[in-house]
Write a protein that binds this ligand. Structure first.
Ligand SMILES: C[S@@+](CC[C@H](N)C(=O)[O-])C[C@H]1O[C@@H](n2cnc3c(N)ncnc32)[C@H](O)[C@@H]1O
Length: 369
């Protein structure tokens, strides 16, 4: 059991602090830049050591008391030990680092759209423990049972306290702040976004922080050029539902075919053609060859764009790509590739959809030159 003293240089995308000793990287959860900490090495790998924080010898001025009593054991949050402004500074540094290394792009200072930092989370997945429900412990299948989470909208905390949950091992829940909906039990959920009720399956994908969503929709609408748009990885047609009237035709593609009735309802009155299939299949079928497109919106899952989708973007004639991402590492990789094939990143911003955690939502605009 090796115990060492180390200075933390920065925070990496996992949220862990990174310090070096004899040239070897040491990862320390819950440590902050410029802190001197005492740690125990718990995993000794060839290129790096994983450590457990034992003692803070010199604390950062930005350190604060976590707001949650489960913070040290629950795997949900990993940034509560620093004040919100510093979380934003840290996330900006992480993004610039990732884009430098993975994207070969030097990002100038950019806007980071903030969110309220507690009671913001509308969608969660809970797991059944021995006597209650809760979240998974970090890097473990063990359930940390909870009776409250400060990140959740109050309605979800009431649900947890009332113990009226279904007898399932995994429970997906959404609350719009007034009602709650249970995945697998309720056939539809709805949330008021801007001036519209948006409908979706509570067991399928929907955004988890609806308080910041209008700002993302605003950004999409500010940068979209028309009149012909593709909404790829479209979910229930959230972006399509709010596109300006000047957009005359929309092609939407989504793998989860169950979204069809929701897209119809959410985009009622729009000229939209929906393809319920993977983008890779859509491309393989050559469906896109019939389309002339001005803007393509992509909002992929964490793994980012596949080779097929990147090749498609390189070869289709389109003025602009709007790239929304929940993983900056894959986004930087994809943007590097698109940059090398005629696209130029003309705008970049982040939105803090997940305060108190390391997760970052990014927004990029690429023009074909
Ligand atoms: C991050 S979500 C975005 C959804 C939507 N844009 C929204 O904001 O509500 C990603 C979506 O991509 C879909 N998806 C994942 N892989 C896909 C693929 N290969 N082709 C098409 N859709 C895919 C998922 O089912 C999910 O709905």
């Amino acid at each position: 059991m090796t115990i060492i003293k180390i200075k933390i240089d920065k925070i990496i995308s996992s949220g862990d602090g990174l310090g070096f000793l004899d040239g070897k990287a040491h990862f320390v959860p819950q440590a902050l830049p410029n802190e001197i900490v005492e740690v125990q090495v718990i995993e000794n790998k060839k290129g790096f050591n994983r450590c457990k924080l034992l003692n803070i010898i010199k604390a950062s001025e930005f350190r604060t008391e976590p707001i949650c009593k489960y913070y040290n054991i629950c795997g949900g949050c990993n940034m509560q030990h620093t004040i919100y402004n510093n979380q934003i500074t840290i996330k900006k540094d992480i993004i610039q680092d990732i884009f430098r290394r993975n994207g070969k792009i030097e990002l100038e200072d950019f806007e980071f759209v903030e969110s309220k930092d507690i009671n913001y989370r509308n969608r969660i997945q809970l797991h059944r423990g021995n006597s209650g429900i809760g979240f998974k412990r970090r890097q473990s299948n063990e359930v940390v049972e909870i009776n409250n989470c400060p990140l959740l909208v109050e309605k979800l905390n009431h649900f947890i306290l009332n113990k009226s949950y279904p007898n399932e091992n995994k429970i997906t829940l959404f609350s719009n702040g007034i009602n709650h909906f249970i995945g697998g039990k309720d056939s539809e959920a709805h949330a008021k976004i801007l001036n519209k009720d948006i409908y979706f399956n509570p067991g399928g994908f929907f955004q988890s922080n609806i308080s910041i969503l209008p700002k993302l929709i605003d950004l999409v609408n500010r940068y979209v050029v028309g009149p012909r748009v593709m909404d790829l990885y479209c979910g229930v047609g959230l972006f399509s539902a709010f596109l300006p009237e000047s957009i005359q035709s929309i092609v939407a593609v989504e793998l989860d075919s169950r979204v069809k009735p929701f897209i119809d309802r959410n985009t009622n009155g729009r000229n939209i053609t929906f393809f319920p299939m993977s983008l890779e299949e859509y491309i393989l079928r050559g469906e896109h060859e019939k389309s002339i497109i001005d803007t393509i919106i992509v909002d992929p899952p964490r793994k980012g764009l596949s080779d097929e989708v990147r090749n498609f973007l390189k070869h289709i004639s389109c003025k602009r790509v709007i790239y929304i991402s929940c993983d900056p590492t894959t986004m930087a990789r994809d943007i590097k590739d698109l940059n090398e094939h005629g696209y130029k990143l003309i705008e970049f911003k982040c939105l803090d959809f997940y305060p108190n955690t390391n997760h970052i939502e990014s927004f990029g605009v690429l023009d074909f030159e």
